[in-house]
Design a protein around this ligand. Structure first.
Ligand code: WTA
Length: 649
């Protein structure tokens, strides 16, 4: 790779012995039974598994089959008994700067109290519950209470709109929703309860909505359905015994975007997932017991599930949870929090880094960042210049950058440098090498391994403990999406290059999935939302590369003849997408055209629209039916550029 220059961090907080990593890695592949029978001891089991992997029904791999455990017990009870009762589990920082510090004992009490209230509502093991909360302490409390009594929770990111929420409630079959009156973002209130009401207006089957009071503004409460959290949870002392769950009993469903309009419900289990997140956090970041860990993701995405809630609590760490926007009230917000709480490890996204980088070095320079030891990134490829900026200006040249590559489906890190096992020299932009137990290979279309430096598809040859169990209620789609392109191997949908030193470079999605600011969004979901507007006849959506967000959403629409194609309609479409799917889905550009390029069979050629709009070669257009539409797309883009430059001038 052109950018393959090595960087050797100069800090003392990692193990530079890469050959040790190599040995451990080798063993994990050659002797998985032996390896995992040791590493499963990172957790306490009610019944220790005697069988490591059941691979008799591929691709439905089952780990630690006869083991019994409970995630909430591992996050709380064992620390309470083990000497960490008074340690801070979370330091919560409000957007207005206020703080709450909650100890392991305090968290344990709240989790037990909520678990009791949920049992009182009649919920029982295996029932689904949807959690739609902002970044407040009730979010981990709700997750752990659900895990304690064996409910399957499905957390819906609070940035999703009513339509997306309704779909997830329906798909999971949840009868209980936990939400808040609202949340704070950039100093404004996001009306979460109102969005839940809108979602429930189009969904039946929900018996109860439990509402946390966060903002205190007035919300409507429906009699018999809506209940205030503080009224049913109370602040007493209850003990709810943790349910001894089978290793492969489900822990949660997390909906993620795929290549159709319907999100996929990745279903994770208790045993394999928990063993995976705890070990991978330790291997990659090497946190010591006294460290302060800040994973600056949202709890609603898998990064927050695994590395704000489960893994750090399993390891008994102290985490920062920040409620709001990283540029509010000022672009030094993150650096201020690091200084104030003397944070040791920061784990964030390339988009966050590029956003803050734009504001310049002045902001980090306002603060003492010398407590930082290790830095991490996740969610999208990091470009070498952002990597270097992070390394120099935030890490002061001392801190290795742990670029963790993984997915909702994988549960935890798959390819990442390992500060604990032995760190390789880093190459800015490469996630380096696989975690133990992960067996990646780069293949061509026909399933042959590609030579070094050649782009191909990333595939895993072996199952790993953190892998999801299936797609909820859709085993066929699980097999079809992930295990049919290459028989018996997990296809993750990402392009990858392995360089001549064996480093892995992740190059973005190979399918119709976008990565906007580290958020995984499906083009078809957005097209569906547009087409469901009465004014729209056809829509094509794709991503345009963006220097800060990685990609931004561009839409081309054909407006029905009965309507005027004016700016009012475009604004209407924007607000409709915002309402149904959520603000992160709103296209940056919406272009109106008279027709879209199609095949003879009438399929819209999104690839051609994209290529023409981005001024790239459109590739094979022999199946194109209506060539005039290509000029339409060109014209729309030229007009847009002209208007943009006029506005600037
Ligand atoms: C992308 C987020 C490059 C990738 C944890 C993947 C990355 C998708 C990286 C999963 C990284 C995640 N380098 N690309 N370090 N991390 N991705 O399910 O395209 O929200 O398939 O999980 O994000 O997104 P998801």
């Amino acid at each position: 790779m052109a950018e393959g220059r090595n960087v050797l961090p100069t800090g003392e907080y990692y193990n530079p012995n890469v050959s040790q990593y190599q040995q451990i890695y080798r063993r994990s592949i050659d002797d998985p039974e032996g390896f995992w029978s040791e590493h499963l001891n990172i957790l306490d089991w009610f019944q220790k598994p005697t069988r490591i992997l059941d691979d008799s029904n591929p691709p439905f791999y089952r780990w630690f089959v006869d083991g019994k455990l409970n995630a909430s017990y591992n996050a709380l009870d064992r620390h309470i008994k083990g000497g960490l009762r008074n340690k801070a589990a979370y330091i919560w920082v409000a957007e207005d700067g206020g703080e709450k510090i909650i100890t392991y004992d305090g968290l344990y009490r709240r989790v037990n109290n909520l678990a009791k209230a949920l049992l009182n509502l009649g919920l029982k093991k295996g029932d689904r519950i949807v959690i739609y909360l902002p970044m407040i302490l009730e979010a981990p409390v709700a997750i752990l209470a659900a895990a304690r009594i064996g409910l399957i929770f499905s957390f819906v990111f609070a940035g999703f709109g009513a339509g997306a929420l309704a779909e997830r409630i329906r798909a999971s079959g949840a009868r209980t929703v936990i939400t808040a009156d609202g949340g704070y973002r950039n100093g404004k209130v996001i009306e979460l309860k109102k969005i839940v009401d809108e979602a429930l207006a189009e969904t039946s089957g929900v018996d109860n909505v439990i509402v946390v009071r966060r903002t205190g503004h007035e919300v409507e409460m429906e009699d018999g359905r809506d209940i205030w959290w503080h009224e049913i949870v109370g602040d007493g002392v209850n003990y709810v015994p943790p349910e001894p769950l089978d290793s492969n009993d489900p822990l949660y469903i997390l909906y993620t975007s795929g290549t159709t309009g319907k999100p996929k419900g990745a279903l994770h289990g208790n045993g394999g997932y928990s063993v995976w997140v705890a070990n991978t956090l330790k291997w990659a970041f090497n946190p010591s017991p006294d460290d302060r860990w800040w994973c600056a993701a949202d709890i609603g995405w898998v990064t927050g599930h695994s590395y704000i809630v489960f893994a750090p609590l399993f390891l008994g760490l102290t985490s920062i949870i920040y409620e709001g926007s990283i540029v509010y009230p000022s672009p030094d917000r993150m650096w201020e929090i690091i200084e104030r709480y003397r944070v040791n490890i920061l784990y964030t996204s390339p988009t966050a880094i590029r956003t803050l980088m734009r504001y310049g070095e002045k902001y980090p320079k306002m603060h003492d960042l010398s407590t930082l030891k290790v830095l991490g990134t996740v969610g999208e490829p990091i470009n070498p210049s952002a990597w270097k900026w992070y390394y120099d200006n935030i890490g002061g040249g001392r801190c290795p950058i742990i670029d963790t590559y993984w997915q909702t489906e994988t549960g935890g890190f798959m390819i990442s440098p390992s500060a604990q096992l032995g760190l390789p020299p880093l190459k800015p932009g490469s996630a380096t090498f696989p975690m133990p137990g992960v067996d990646p290979v780069v293949l061509d279309e026909d399933g042959r391994e590609v030579p070094p430096e050649i782009k191909g598809y990333l595939v895993y040859r072996k199952p790993w403990p953190g892998m999801f169990l299936t797609l909820y209620n859709d085993d066929d789609r699980y097999v079809e999406t992930y295990f049919s392109k290459y028989k018996g191997m997990y296809y993750c949908g990402d392009y990858c290059v392995k360089d001549s030193d064996g480093y892995f470079w992740l190059l973005g999605r190979a399918d119709e999935v976008l990565n906007v600011a580290g958020h995984r969004l499906g083009t078809i979901e957005i097209e569906d939302a547009l087409i469901n507007s009465p004014e729209v006849a056809e829509a094509a959506v794709f991503g345009r590369p963006d220097p800060v967000k990685g990609e931004v959403i561009v839409a081309f629409v054909v407006i029905k003849e009965a309507y005027e194609a004016d700016t009012e309609i475009i604004n209407k479409l924007r607000s409709r997408v915002r309402k149904t799917l959520g603000p992160i889905y709103v296209p940056e550009e919406i272009h109106v055209v008279k027709g879209l390029p199609k095949t003879r069979s009438g399929k819209i050629m999104r690839r051609v629209v994209k290529a023409v709009a981005l001024d790239q070669l459109p590739g094979d257009v022999s199946t194109l039916e209506n060539e005039a539409t290509v000029d339409e797309v060109k014209k729309a883009i030229e007009l847009f550029k002209k208007e943009a430059s006029e506005n600037e001038g």
